[in-house]
Design a protein around this ligand. Sequence first.
Ligand SMILES: Cc1ncc(COP(=O)(O)O)c(C=O)c1O
Ligand SMILES: N[C@@H](CCCC[NH3+])C(=O)O
Length: 477
Amino acid sequence: MRAHPAGPLHGGLQIPEDIGARPDDVNAIAPNVWPTGARRVDGALAIGGVSVNDLAAAHGTPLFALDEDDFRGRSRDFQSSFDGMDVFYAGKSFLCGALVQWLDQDGLGLDVCSGGELQLALRAGFPAARIAMHGNNKSVAELTDGVTAGVGRVVVDSFEEIARLQQIAAEHGVVQPVLVRVTVGVEAHTHEFIATAHEDQKFGFSLAAGKAIEAVREVLSSDALKFLGLHSHIGSQIFDTSGFEVAAHRVVELAAQIYKEYGVVPAELDLGGGLGISYLPHDDPPSAHDVASSLREIVNRECATYGMQVPRVSVEPGRAIVGPGTISVYEVGTVKPVEVGQGAARLYVSVDGGMSDNIRTALYDAEYTCVLASRLSTAEPVPARVVGKHCESGDIVVRDVWLPGDVQSGDLIAVAATGAYCRAMASNYNMLGKPPVVAVKDGGMRVLVRRETLDDLFALDTTLAVESPLGGKESLA
Ligand SMILES: Cc1ncc(COP(=O)(O)O)c(C=O)c1O
Ligand SMILES: N[C@@H](CCCC[NH3+])C(=O)O
């Protein structure tokens, strides 16, 4: 290992104004941010009883380490908190074969939003009846696959789709259960790119414009479709439950209108996902239990007001189940003190991944917690920025963090709560292979998704796929 040369940060320069207060202990593993039971063992961060040093030695870096007990604990917690309701795990947040099988064993449903997610679920043996199919632009092929597989519900999102689905279902002699996705007009308190229920965006049928009830009418008039109920999803990474409450209120109001006009009580109300998680130690999201009781109370109360039978309620959490139990592990390659003006400096710590395995910081200004994970350090903490290896200045993994001033090449950095929308949104930018996902449990490791190699990438290139000058030995591992 090579120590970086003493830089300006050790020369009395100021701290940048935009970094938060220095934490009391930069080596601390805050329990609300890291997987359940994460702790330091002989100085190194360990999750599921496995040290990050052992993970990196066995599987290389960068990698995602998924704590199996944490994942299953959270999915079971959702199941018990939402007792009497249905929990559909949102596969878009992260999906792989093993995880689908765990969900099946634990009795959850699955929300898929593409033909690829559907095929993965079916290939892993997930029962089609417990699958909900989403998407604002499902193709004829995707709808046909869903209908013929027997998916339990298709969440329709446009009039064109209703017509298409009805034709496909009729052709296959199927009566397809359908939910109508409603845009309830709620401004969710989250980043605008991940809010989904305000007007002027692509999802759903507007409640305010009367499109939602019109869509229900279309579905009811079709012999090949069965109107199952309504769906609303207001956005993601939401802490303020008032948005869910307003959405629930408006959906029930619409259900009552449907009951009044058509004499049909929607059998099901799906209130979507979106529950936030802790990315930073001071984050305090509501628990599954609290959200469940407030939704239950609102739906019961509103239905009583309209004298309507209470529909079955379902939810679609993704991030809140898979997010907290997974960490990213990177190796530090270079460390560079950079003067940032007004006599201040920060340490740029470059790691061997970046925006190709975590686009969320660049895309949503997402904030993360990270630590020097391979060892304990007593060095004076310095303001740092953890950046990736991509040819892009916005390639930032953790924008502002205090790290021990002796962080150096060869050290491992772990980033907390990267289970949702990181591996799932990974790319091959700059020809980097996607990192593996390794499950950890009771001190053991198991690769769930292997690392993508250069051979995997070159196999798609019709010129390169034919012959490799290195005899096909290229590997990113
Ligand atoms: C329709 C739908 N359901 C569920 C989810 C899952 O959201 P989250 O991962 O925030 O729980 C999303 C993503 O925002 C979504 O678009
Ligand atoms: N991809 C988003 C969540 C929204 C996706 C589902 N509509 C994120 O990383 O936060």
